[in-house]
Design a protein around this ligand. Structure first.
Ligand code: DGL
Length: 272
């Protein structure tokens, strides 16, 4: 017997997947366009950080986990709310899963339309900035611009700490800005692509570090619009108990995330 498509069930969630809290920046935008949607937020905190892993490790981990998660929770749509996982594993995950998958693409196209100086900075994880996926976006949309890339793993840790209410050394933001500024033409950067979903959670701190005259762009608005488009006309039913965050590792430090999760409409936590 063939299983019913998940989208026929109004309680079937949208599953947002990231290595940690970064995908919450995407969830915030999804909530704005689809306030009625049941959501399952998945943090692969046992695998965090992805940015320092190899392509093979990330691809195996993401495909394996998403396979198990979709089988168990039958989401109507999966959003890989992580640039590192998307730029490495999106194509292979799409090949094996039948559910619609929305990935996170570094926002190089809109950045190229925004820049006046033709110099764009890109902050991502070390794994993301070396991807052919980024080379292709650059060649397609920013061939006549200068794209300066910097891998900033300490910003991932900073976002994780900030959302837990822990102190963050402001030097991590000045170091990220200084690294881009120090590159040839870096002084002319007027647009910065936040190519890691953790980084929009730090936009205020990064704006201060870069100073006036720099605008930030990330892919979350486009993702939210795409999810709304793909789920057009579908029925939605929220659980009375509220939306769930699933973690791949039980960690007492996750207790500190309760207020941040509540801010994004997540009421319950489970370990997968
Ligand atoms: N949030 C992730 C991204 O968008 C990666 C963070 C990490 O695990 O290194 O790239």
């Amino acid at each position: 017997m063939t299983a019913e498509p998940a989208s026929a069930d109004p309680a079937a969630p949208i599953l947002l997947f990231d290595s940690g809290v970064g995908g919450l920046s995407v969830l915030g935008k999804v909530r704005k366009v689809l306030p009625q949607a049941p959501v399952m937020y998945v943090s692969d905190n046992a695998g965090l950080p992805y940015g320092s892993k190899t392509e093979a490790q990330i691809a195996a981990r993401v495909s394996g986990l998403l396979g198990r998660l979709t089988e168990r929770y039958r989401p109507r749509l999966v959003c890989i709310a992580c640039n590192t996982a998307s730029t490495i594993a999106l194509a292979s995950v799409r090949e094996v899963l039948e559910v619609p998958i929305v990935g996170t693409v570094p926002a190089i196209k809109p950045a190229a339309a925004m820049t006046r100086t033709s110099v764009i900075g890109l902050l991502g994880t070390e794994a993301t900035i070396r991807q052919g996926y980024v080379d292709r976006l650059e060649a397609e949309f920013a061939a006549d611009k200068r794209l300066l890339r910097h891998g900033a793993p300490e910003l991932v840790a900073a976002a994780e700490a900030k959302l837990r209410g822990l102190p963050v050394d402001p030097a991590v933001f000045t170091r990220a800005a200084a690294a881009l500024r120090a590159m040839p033409d870096g002084g002319r950067i007027d647009t910065v692509v936040l190519a890691c979903t953790h980084f929009p959670l730090l936009e205020a701190e990064l704006a201060e570090a870069f100073g006036p005259g720099v605008r930030f762009i990330d892919g979350s608005d486009g993702i939210a619009r795409r999810i709304a488009f793909l789920t057009q006309g579908q029925d939605w039913a929220n659980s009375a108990e509220g939306d769930i965050a699933l973690f791949t590792k039980d960690d007492p430090a996750n207790e500190c995330l309760i207020p941040a999760l509540a801010h994004y409409g997540i009421a319950r936590r489970l370990v997968f």
